[in-house]
Write a protein that binds this ligand. Structure first.
Ligand SMILES: [Zn+2]
Length: 153
């Protein structure tokens, strides 16, 4: 599978990488329909933010659920979902108050500028029924992460 990797200022390469796989029971694998170029991609691309080495790109995305871990109950294969740029455990006070993007266990989602990706932990994945999908498809992950709370697990 091909995916975008940032090597440095204005140096993006499309490289082969392993197909994503379920590792934790709360993971989900998505076949991506679209991914966005986020401001967090542009700062290092422009050389305004250093990176420590080659960095996979793509924190904002939407797509079809291909596979879910054994603990995932809120989504199922075949559904169209939009994901958050941040993973969350949904166990801390921030999550309980509805701010999963501020989770104390948060990690930032990467690797979505590819054909598919794995969403680790309890990344917020919001199922969008056909009537609620933006047309034409545009990724609303940034807005979603600040507006909705629907953990995958
Ligand atoms: Zn949390």
């Amino acid at each position: 599978m091909k995916g975008a990797v940032l090597y440095g200022t204005k140096d993006i390469r499309v490289e082969d990488r392993d197909d994503p796989k379920i590792i934790e029971p709360t993971d989900a694998v998505l076949r991506l329909s679209a991914s966005c170029i986020c401001g967090s991609d542009l700062w290092p691309y422009r050389g305004l933010q250093p990176i420590e080495g080659p960095t996979h790109m793509g924190p904002e995305y939407c797509g079809i659920v291909a596979e879910v871990g054994s603990a995932v109950r809120s989504i199922k294969p075949g559904q169209f979902v939009v994901g958050s740029f941040a993973t969350s455990a949904n166990t801390c006070p921030h999550c309980q108050y509805g701010y999963q993007s501020a989770c104390v266990h948060r990690e930032f989602m990467l690797r979505a500028q590819a054909r598919s990706c794995v969403c680790p932990m309890r990344t917020e994945l919001l199922y969008l029924p056909r009537a609620a999908r933006p047309h034409p498809i545009s990724c609303r992950a940034c807005l979603h992460a600040r507006t909705f709370s629907a953990p995958a697990g």
